[in-house]
Design a protein around this ligand. Structure first.
Ligand SMILES: Cc1cc2nc3c(=O)[nH]c(=O)nc-3n(C[C@H](O)[C@H](O)[C@H](O)COP(=O)(O)OP(=O)(O)OC[C@H]3O[C@@H](n4cnc5c(N)ncnc54)[C@H](O)[C@@H]3O)c2cc1C
Length: 313
């Protein structure tokens, strides 16, 4: 029986693990893999205290810091399939059928970005194709970029890119933008921004780096096959894909409340609707998904769990 099981292997889990160990909470950390989503990033420039580091090196430093702690058990390569409650105890079951029992749980399973699924997207990931505008906008200084997605994520990406890019195409699949009216107004008025409606992205092209995006105008030639419609080419050096993200919250869907988007609902301490279960990082409904924020929120949750364990012995 553990006092705490941390589920995840990104910045939130790593930070939580270090703090839990230092508080001498009897903890097990279960991670499918280490590092988190930004592991694929070439250059992370906003991890505080570190002006520039690759996602891979940052992931390694998380793991090294965590493994330097004496008082924590770590299981990697294990996916937790479900978390349930049996009496006063929480049970975490792995995909392979292992069973762990604990008094409290911290969910830090993060999320996964929605992909467009077009030709060139995977090939140029990190070579002009980006999924995080707060993280990567400064890398596109003086460049022409396309943002795919006209919801709030797309609009916010345009705002993030305005100080850097020389021209921004915003491609929206339907005939209207979906995000906040005030933000829409602001970007529509900026001469750098060109909104293209009814645009379905077909392909991202480049050599060593992205240099072109191909889309079809879905209003041309009727609504039959994409291939019969008018094709357009944009000369761009960057493509931000901002069509949303999916939280990895399926494991607690029967025990903790989630939003209609599947994000786990938490209070300021990371407490979920189920007493004894906390969540932190990208899997929650809190705004602004970033490494520093995930780590900080997870630390606050662990300190709150420590207090809870002290008063619920
Ligand atoms: C391409 C890209 C670049 C980014 N660049 C930056 C950047 O430069 N700066 C910045 O601050 N942020 C950046 N971000 C955002 C940042 O990566 C996230 O905000 C951060 O990783 C969230 O951390 P997390 O620990 O909550 O979740 P995640 O990083 O998503 O980690 C979740 C972890 O949980 C594990 N896991 C998931 N489900 C299970 C399960 N059921 N059982 C066991 N383990 C499980 C996963 O293997 C993973 O290790 C970037 C994101 C992307 C996609």
């Amino acid at each position: 029986m553990y006092d705490l099981i941390i589920i995840g292997g990104g910045p939130a889990a790593s930070a939580a693990g270090v703090y839990a160990a230092r508080k001498k909470i009897k903890t097990l950390l279960v991670a499918e893999s280490f590092g988190g989503q930004s592991i694929v990033s070439q250059d992370i420039q906003n991890w505080i205290g570190t002006p520039s580091i690759s996602g891979y090196d940052l992931a390694q430093s998380f793991e090294t810091h965590l493994r330097a702690q004496e008082d924590i058990e770590i299981e990697t390569g294990e996916l937790i399939k479900t978390v349930s409650k049996e009496g006063d105890v929480f049970v975490a079951m792995t995909e392979g059928g292992k069973r762990y029992e604990t008094k409290t749980v911290l969910i830090t399973t993060g999320g996964r970005r929605r992909k467009l699924g077009v030709k060139g997207e995977k090939e140029f990931d990190g070579k002009g194709v980006a999924y995080c505008s707060i993280c990567d906008a400064p890398l596109f200084g003086g460049k022409v970029v396309a943002v795919v997605g006209g919801g709030n994520a797309g609009l916010e990406a345009v705002i993030d890119l305005l100080p850097y890019a020389t021209k921004i195409y915003l491609l929206q699949r339907s005939g209207a933008l979906k995000g906040d009216a005030v933000t829409q107004e602001r970007i529509m008025q900026d001469p750098k921004v060109e909104v293209i409606f009814n645009a379905t992205t077909l392909e991202i092209i480049g050599d060593s780096f992205v240099n072109e995006l191909v889309y079809v105008d879905t209003t041309t030639n009727g609504f039959d096959k994409l291939t019969t419609r008018e094709t357009h080419h944009l000369d761009v050096q960057g493509v931000f894909i901002e069509i949303g993200s999916l939280p990895n919250s399926e494991l607690v869907k029967d025990v903790a409340a989630t939003t209609p988007y599947g994000e786990i609902e938490v209070d300021v301490y990371g407490k979920t609707s189920m007493q004894g279960i906390w969540a932190a990082g990208d899997v929650t409904n809190l705004k602004y998904k970033q490494n520093n924020i995930a780590a900080g929120d997870a630390i606050r949750a662990v300190l709150n769990i420590y207090d809870y364990l002290m008063y619920n012995k």
